[in-house]
Design a protein around this ligand. Structure first.
Ligand code: SF4
Length: 381
């Protein structure tokens, strides 16, 4: 079947959906790309991806590939209807028109610190050029009653895939090697929530300073909960961080209580104050938050809430919820959103971002700049 007449997975071949990217006329039509990218994000692909992220903080657990040259974190699923032949994505017998290459295992994964820790356990490659790590791999909210239902931050620790706490010196050593050997262009430092009022910001700031001493100029995004004392946001900026993610995941209070019971004890007004302070300190479009599609939030309210975030200078990183292994959500039988829902929310939020002149790439560092876990960049956001 010719690309552009796609009817699978609730794709809607809408007219008038112009692709703003240069050279777009030579590519697969944008609505088909979005539909296929949505299908890949939800149903995964039958491919062997050597760069993977098994378990960890947040909502993704995927293989890293390049789809039409852009980083994508996709479930590697032997039952997926999507396959790869000759570097192209096929849906059954149909050529989708998209290319796909697995990201190669980076050279820095073969190195070990002087004290015997494999670099791979300290930080991982995301997409083709993002180095990411969870600086503190434990979280005060990991008791079953408090834990975010989609998160497996401590499972990768239990499996031995990582270490509990990464030192600034270790991160500096790994970052230097990853930039030199593998062309890493930005870094993401996240953390489980710690008990202190800084919520992990103190450690993040130390790590940023150490990495920048080793790799001057490397764009770094830090991610943490709203610190109790907002001056920590300035500390993170002054340490050299380029961008910050303060992730709320859901805007609806009932959804927050159900899906992120521990984090939901932090009132939304604290998130709003932290976002506003972060925009003041880091500037507009250097601040982001995850919004998960598929937690049961009313889609129109989710889109309107994303619009309000954009108005305050915060990039709403819209990501599909997927019931990953080892999560409470999977145990409880939760399912991913429908392709139609993900496509609708993604396209609407991307349109709001374009209207505001905000693009993920402009964040320079972080998940919005990487884009692999979302379909927003495919949709022009
Ligand atoms: S979007 Fe964020 S979590 Fe996802 S692959 Fe990129 S850096 Fe990693």
């Amino acid at each position: 079947m010719r690309a552009g007449t796609d009817t699978r997975d609730n794709n809607c071949a809408k007219s008038g959906c112009g692709d703003p990217r240069p050279g777009a006329k030579d590519r697969t039509p944008v609505d088909v790309r979005i539909g296929t990218r949505v299908g890949l994000a939800l149903r995964g692909v039958r491919v062997d991806a050597p760069v993977r992220r098994p378990d960890g903080a947040g909502p993704s657990d995927d293989g890293h590939v390049l789809v039409d040259g852009a980083g994508a974190a996709l479930p590697t699923n032997p039952d997926s209807p999507y396959t790869v032949r000759d570097g192209r994505v096929w849906h059954g017998t149909e050529d989708t028109g998209l290319s796909l290459q697995p990201v190669h295992r980076p050279a820095f994964y073969d190195l070990t610190t002087a004290d015997g820790v494999p670099y791979e356990k300290i930080a991982r490659l995301h997409g083709a050029d993002v180095l990411a790590t969870t600086v503190v791999q434990t979280c005060i909210r990991y008791a079953e009653s408090d834990r975010c239902r989609f998160c497996t931050i401590e499972e990768s620790l239990r499996s031995g895939a990582t270490i509990a706490a990464k030192t600034p010196a270790q991160l500096a050593e790994v970052a230097e090697a990853a930039v030199r050997l593998d062309g890493v262009r930005q870094m993401v430092l996240t953390t489980g929530t710690t008990t202190g009022p800084d919520r992990g910001a103190r450690t993040l700031a130390r790590c940023v300073r150490a990495v920048l001493d080793a790799v001057p100029g490397l764009p770094i995004q830090v991610q943490c909960e709203p610190p109790g004392d907002l001056s920590w946001i300035t500390v993170l900026h002054d340490a050299g961080a380029t961008a910050i993610g303060i992730h709320v995941e859901a805007l609806d209070e009932e959804v927050r209580r159900r899906w992120t019971p521990g984090k939901a004890t932090v009132p939304m007004k604290h998130y709003e104050a932290a976002w506003d302070e972060a925009v003041r300190v880091f500037g507009p479009n250097r601040v982001s938050t995850y919004l998960l599609v598929g937690l049961g939030e009313d889609p129109e309210e989710l889109i309107a809430g994303a619009g309000r975030l954009i108005d305050r200078g915060v990039y709403p990183f819209v990501v599909p919820f997927r019931p990953m292994r080892h999560t409470l959500a999977r145990r409880d039988g939760a399912s991913a959103p429908s392709p139609a829902l993900l496509e609708h929310v993604t396209e609407r939020v991307a349109a709001l971002l374009r209207a505001a002149g905000m693009s993920g790439a402009d964040q320079e560092a972080g998940c919005a700049a990487c884009g692999a876990c979302s379909v927003l960049q495919t949709a022009g956001g």
